[in-house]
Design a protein around this ligand. Structure first.
Ligand SMILES: Nc1ncnc2c1ncn2[C@@H]1O[C@H](COP(=O)(O)OP(=O)(O)OP(=O)(O)O)[C@@H](O)[C@H]1O
Ligand SMILES: [Mg+2]
Length: 330
């Protein structure tokens, strides 16, 4: 990474990444010069790197005078995500109150960059750690109920069958960290293949509804990072949310009780809108994904990896059992 100063005196922290064409241009011309439609003029722009996946994407928080926004640069064309923000704004979701998503402020097709409004709020993962687990669960539930009420919004199909296609990749990486754990994950994958839920209703799915992507905005949830959106079952988003909440309870001992409260509240507030078996299935699959991410970041963290795969196994078992109820084992 190189800390540099763009021509317009914008202090920036820009990774050197040839796969992300916007970075070189921003380094050369500054943000204001790279995206004239933002109308920044000579404003002093401060960029802070908030997320970076080498070769794929980087996200910056930007401040310019009183304006605050997020700049997202990609290796691949972000057109689908840009169009989604437009469609969600047309459906009333880029408003200043209630459940909402960021507003699209600029999209430079050639640079593969999006600029979206900043939603100023505490992410649900932090709420749990701060002792506000119930509110974290409530916000995610409000979001899902809201998503169900939206008009049809087009997007690529995402569902259990699509998730199942990605599972072998996660299992393979888990196996690289630990052979026995890989075998346990493979058994979960087999069970998931046998119990693939039949998915009927298909609506807007976020696709990576991690707790950190759900923000407390005071009068409702803000939902960010729509890169993996599609059309599919809401149990997918519910399963991903609950898997990330479970991981927080696992890894932050003092937050375990709050994570349990987040889960309880989420399940109570989504009564009647989620299919229990499909939810257990998606939770199990998402836990494998979380385990894989955890181990990829740190091979030495086998213990949480084992707990995550073990919980995935328990849920995958129950996803084929129509009598099962699905509170977590803690
Ligand atoms: N519009 C926004 N409003 C508020 N915060 C944002 C916004 N966009 C991004 N952020 C902050 O930046 C972080 C990274 O953004 P985002 O999730 O969109 O990028 P990412 O590249 O997918 O990162 P990650 O892989 O960590 O999820 C978010 O977790 C959030 O803290
Ligand atoms: Mg993200």
């Amino acid at each position: 990474m190189r800390v540099t100063r763009g021509r317009t005196n914008e202090p920036t922290e820009l990774p050197d990444d040839p796969e992300l064409p916007a970075l070189g241009v921003i380094r050369e011309r500054g943000l204001a010069g790279s995206i004239p439609s933002l109308g920044l003029g000579g404003a002093h722009v401060k960029l802070r790197l908030c997320g970076y996946t080498p070769g794929a994407r980087a996200t910056f928080g930007a401040r310019a005078s009183r304006r605050r926004f997020a700049v997202k640069v990609y290796a691949k064309d972000p057109e689908p995500e840009a169009k989604l923000y437009e469609a969600l704004a047309a459906a009333g979701l880029a408003s200043d109150s209630g459940a909402r998503v960021p507003r699209l402020l600029a999209w430079e097709r050639d640079l593969r960059v999006l600029v979206i409004g900043w939603l100023d709020g505490t992410p649900a993962n932090l709420l749990v750690k701060q002792g506000r687990g119930a509110r974290a669960g409530e916000l995610a539930a409000i979001w899902l109920r809201h998503a169900l009420s939206l008009p049809v919004i087009s997007g690529p199909p995402v569902g259990a069958a699509d998730v199942l296609r990605r599972v072998p990749q996660w299992v393979g990486r888990i196996g690289k960290s630990d052979r026995a754990l890989g075998a346990a994950a493979a058994a979960v994958a087999e069970r998931l293949a046998q119990t693939l839920p039949r998915e009927g209703a298909s609506g807007l799915v976020h696709g990576s509804l991690y707790a950190r992507h759900v923000l407390e905005l005071g009068d409702g949830p803000g939902v960010i990072d729509w890169q993996r959106f599609g059309r599919g079952p809401i149990e997918l988003d519910a399963g991903v949310f609950l898997a990330t909440i479970w991981r927080i309870g696992l890894e932050h001992g003092r937050a375990a009780g709050e994570a349990a409260r987040a889960e309880e509240t989420f399940l109570a507030e989504t009564t009647g809108i989620l299919d229990g078996r499909a939810l257990a299935w998606h939770r199990a699959a998402a836990l494998l994904r979380v385990a894989e991410k955890r181990l990829r970041r740190d091979d030495n963290r086998l213990s949480p990896g084992r707990a995550l795969v073990c919980e995935a196994a328990r849920l995958a078992e129950s996803s084929g059992d129509h009598r099962a109820k699905f509170p977590s084992s803690r």
